[in-house]
Design a protein around this ligand. Structure first.
Ligand SMILES: *Cc1c(COP(=O)(O)O)cnc(C)c1O
Length: 495
């Protein structure tokens, strides 16, 4: 199967090449030329399979230049007991007969990014082999908090790779920052950027498209690649857990084969919910895709009006990984919904970069309407939802998950739809102790890692062991730069 650029269909790459490059040279996103299908027999065969087998079988449908055996060995490594604290990797938690929570934070950095970023380095290393690449891959990452740490954890000391992470200086939680600046590994670098996530992401995208930097690095035997969710190797492992959740519901008798399930996803860059869309396109019986935003509700507006308009205030919220105004992965959806019309997508993206705004066609609007429901939850609502779930279910959720939980309730109130629904839980509450403690009526005593114990003592829930280990870890990085200085940071890092 080939991978095409959303902005130019004549760009055709193998899966290994697409994963190696991350982003197409024309700025487009590399996207599979066809969507494979899963029948009932396929799903049936996964019901009693362990998570790594589910992962290998689903991923093999897209990666025909990797063998299923190879993929299984990657998945067993990625989701093994030294990395994930449960063999289920992505367990479902039942709240009531029609409401489940898909816990995606059992990996090494306690955020859902691990689901893909434990897999991507393995896919990329194999891609270097498969394509006969002799250069070193440098992964450039712009992070709103969770991707950076998860990517470094995945790539640390992986041969023939290095990784440089940029995060917004005041846009991440103290625990997130502590996780990043204490990262071990000889091939990692971290830099704070003065600005917000969109500034960091724009800086990284610009470096990618800079010919002069490319040539300089080429002479040094290095090429740039991406671990952001623009890389197909990020989206694909995320499709797996939607399929896995469906299989778990079948196994537990919550639904029968063919029964529909809604997914509600706390959304930022549109990667996670795009993976759910692909699962649906592959034949998974999915009802509505419910797109949950925080106060930065650009996607809610887009899904309701068909107008994407980033000319608006940017808010820093208690769910920082969703503080995004340009959701890159929407481009893949537009490509698919436009009937793979690369010229149309190019038009939208040109308008976005020229005017900060575009309006999709009537046919895309109609398609969006059938597939999605968009809603948002502000700061107060997020905090209230954490308190409500703690008191009502004895279930402690983080600030991002709370947005999804609340928007799912809004959706049900607005539509009366009682279909079995799963909301994604994307981070451990221990990554956001401060907001979570306040939400359950406690006064935080201290800051950062100092709050882990308090949340544990108050709720009796376990502290993820790697977060507990942050206490007393030495800070290794103290670099910061203006947006305009990011080039130099990259060039110095790769000296
Ligand atoms: C990244 C992230 C999100 C948003 O996911 P996207 O794929 O960017 O839409 C939501 N919650 C948490 C905790 C995250 O780290």
């Amino acid at each position: 199967m080939k991978y095409l650029s959303t902005r130019d269909k004549s760009v055709r790459l193998s899966a290994a090449e697409a994963i190696k490059m991350g982003l197409s040279r024309d700025g487009g996103l590399l996207t599979p030329e066809t969507v494979p299908t899963m029948g009932e027999a396929f799903l049936q065969s996964l019901i009693s399979a362990p998570y790594p087998v589910r992962a290998a079988k689903v991923m093999a449908l897209y990666l025909d230049d990797y063998t299923e055996k190879e993929l299984l060995s990657f998945a067993e490594g990625a989701y093994g007991a030294d990395r994930f604290d449960t063999p289920a990797a992505a367990p479902l938690r039942k709240l009531d007969d029609s409401t489940y929570c898909l816990e995606l934070w059992h990996g090494p950095t306690s955020a859902f990014k691990d689901m893909a970023l434990q897999m991507l380095p393995r896919l990329l290393s194999a891609a270097l082999e498969k394509t006969g690449e002799d250069k070193t891959a440098c992964i450039l990452v712009a992070t709103s908090g969770d991707t950076g740490k998860a990517a470094m954890e995945g790539f640390a000391d992986v041969p023939r790779t290095s990784i440089m992470v940029f995060y917004p200086k005041d846009g991440v939680s103290e625990i997130q920052e502590a996780q990043m600046v204490t990262q071990e590994g000889a091939n990692v670098g971290v830099c704070a950027v003065v600005g917000n996530f969109d500034d960091a992401q724009a800086g990284v995208k610009r470096i990618f498209s800079d010919e002069a930097i490319r040539e300089t690095l080429d002479r040094r035997g290095v090429f740039l690649s991406s671990a952001n969710s623009i890389n197909w190797g990020r989206i694909l492992p995320q499709i797996v857990y939607y399929v896995s959740a469906y299989c778990d519901l079948l196994r537990d008798g919550a639904i029968s084969m063919g029964g529909k399930v809604n997914f509600c996803v706390p959304t930022g860059n549109f990667g996670d919910i795009l993976a759910a869309y692909y699962a649906k396109r592959m034949g998974l019986p999915v009802g509505k895709l419910i797109c949950a935003s925080n106060k930065n509700n650009i996607l809610t507006d887009f899904l309701r009006t068909g107008v994407y308009d980033r000319n608006r205030a940017f808010y820093t919220t208690m769910s920082p990984s969703m503080d995004i105004l340009v959701s890159s992965n929407l481009e893949r959806l537009l490509y698919d919904l436009s009937g793979e019309n690369d010229a149309e997508v190019r038009g939208y993206m040109d308008a976005l970069s020229r005017t900060g705004k575009y309006e999709v066609s009537e046919s895309i609007k109609a398609a969006l309407d059938g597939l999605y429901w968009g809603g948002y939850c502000g700061e107060r609502g997020t905090s209230d939802a954490i308190g409500r779930y703690w008191r009502g279910y004895g279930y402690l959720i983080d600030t991002h998950t709370a947005v999804a939980a609340d928007v799912l309730e809004q959706y049900r109130a607005a539509t009366g739809d009682r279909t079995v629904s799963v909301f994604a839980s994307t981070a451990s509450p221990y990554k956001f102790c401060d907001s979570v403690l306040s939400a359950i009526g406690q006064t935080p005593q201290g800051a950062g890692v100092g709050l882990l114990e308090q949340l544990h003592d108050t709720t009796g829930t376990p502290i993820p062991s790697r977060l507990a280990a942050l206490k007393g870890k030495k800070r290794r990085f103290d670099l910061s730069a203006e947006k305009s200085g990011m080039d130099k940071v990259v060039l110095d890092f790769l000296k």
